[in-house]
Design a protein around this ligand. Structure first.
Ligand code: SF4
Ligand code: SF4
Length: 406
């Protein structure tokens, strides 16, 4: 069987012409955009539009990537359209502010690609799903012939890095995302759900915006990091494996990849992937800063204790992740002694947005400040991700600090 291929090219600018040339170069080993798009096909472009922030914050896929991909889809005879459901409601007024702030309006003007205006949801069957046999998805997905996934390279405190697999969570409409967090509370279960979404959507092509990524406290409160790279692959899992290696991480430190390996969807091994274009070693970033809440590498522990700590820090129950019971409760308790907890910092203005999006109603507003009930909190970090003031701070308990890498 041939190895999945991931194309890796340098690109250090968001100049539209330069980005388009770099994407063409990245797609050349696969036969160009026409290898993925047939004339007349409706092609859904899925950028990461986390919330209404400008492209300079590096929290969202840059509009030059969206515009360049749209142009190439038009050239191949396809009909591209941009679809995303940001954090917050999936409604016209909300998404129109997101389109404007993130530069999608500009991308639409320069390329002619329409921005989605259909804010309905659809409930679809997914018989091959491991956990989710039906999915609530944005309705436009059901009308697409082809999906092109356009993730942004960012840290993510829940899964490690937000890459190709995690990006597709934005095809779950609006506040339904909160319900998924509520249903899949342990992070390993949540990652299983993300894999079900990935296997349902089956993007034909993934193009990663790693020109300027985000390091530190992503996916919204981190710092822009110049990486100067674009990646392309029809295999999002292989792309995620290469992305982890790019920043010197074990691929399975990204929890979606860890669960995908456990499920047999990928090997998670670099030697099983053909990287075309740049040599990985030539572009590897040794000093990329991860978020505070990386899954723990319990380097101090040995043998079975090490395996146990790795499991609980990844949200896996000790007695098997699908069986609730004593092991699951013990795992949750021990995990909470190791993983970071959210607190509203001094920037909090008491707007209540986090409280409305907390999947377990663990947040109340007291004296115009958010207060998190950590006994209820499932450490989904939605409050940290969505706070418009980036006021939510993550603090790691002593056991987590003791055991965590670095
Ligand atoms: S933490 Fe952020 S979202 Fe929550 S109330 Fe404070 S400012 Fe609003
Ligand atoms: S308090 Fe924050 S991290 Fe905890 S469950 Fe609510 S949204 Fe998630």
């Amino acid at each position: 069987m041939s190895k999945p291929r991931v194309s890796l090219v340098r690109c250090s600018t968001y100049d539209l012409e330069a980005v388009e040339a770099a994407i063409c170069q990245a797609l050349e080993p696969f036969g160009g955009m026409s290898a993925f798009v047939q004339p007349g096909q409706r092609v859904l472009l899925k950028p990461n539009l986390l919330r209404a922030v400008p492209p300079e914050k590096a929290a969202t896929t840059h509009p030059a990537i969206v515009a360049a991909v749209a142009r190439l889809v038009f050239e191949a005879g396809g009909q591209p359209f941009v679809v995303e459901s940001s954090g917050g409601p999936f409604i016209a007024r909300w998404m129109s502010a997101v389109y404007k702030a993130t530069g999608m309006t500009w991308a639409s003007e320069v390329s002619g690609v329409p921005l989605n205006e259909d804010f309905r949801s659809a409930n679809v069957p997914h018989p091959e799903g491991a956990l989710l046999h039906r999915l609530d998805v944005v309705h436009p997905l059901t009308e697409a012939d082809v999906v092109i996934n356009l993730p942004k390279f960012k840290t993510h405190n829940l899964v490690g890095l937000t890459l190709a697999v995690k990006n597709l969570f934005g095809l779950i409409p609006g506040t339904t995302k909160v319900a998924y967090h509520s249903k899949l509370q342990d992070r390993s279960l949540f990652c299983e759900g993300l894999l079900d979404i990935y296997t349902y959507v089956k993007p034909a092509l993934n193009i990663m915006d790693a020109i300027i990524g985000m390091e530190g406290e992503g996916p919204s409160g981190g710092d822009p990091r110049e990486m100067g790279l674009l990646l392309a692959s029809p295999d999002g899992l292989a792309m995620d494996t290469v992305c982890a290696a790019l920043v010197s991480l074990e691929p399975t430190a990204v929890l979606t990849t860890r669960r995908a390996v456990a499920r047999g969807l990928t090997s998670g091994r670099l030697e099983d992937i053909e990287i075309v274009g740049e040599e990985l070693e030539a572009v590897r970033i040794a000093d990329f800063r991860m978020g505070i809440e990386m899954p723990i590498d319990p380097g101090l522990a040995k043998g079975p204790l090490r395996a146990i700590l790795q499991r609980v820090s990844s949200g896996e129950a000790l007695e098997g992740h699908r069986r609730p019971g004593l092991g699951a409760r013990l795992s949750r308790w021990l995990g909470n002694q190791m993983v970071a907890a959210p607190h509203a910092g001094p920037k909090c203005i008491g707007c209540g947005f986090c409280a409305r999006h907390c999947p377990v109603n663990a947040i109340t507003i007291v004296n115009r400040k958010a207060v998190m009930d950590l006994s209820k909190c499932i450490r989904c970090y939605c409050c940290h991700e969505l706070c418009p003031e980036t006021a939510v701070e993550l603090r790691k308990p002593w056991l987590g600090r003791l055991l965590s890498r670095g």
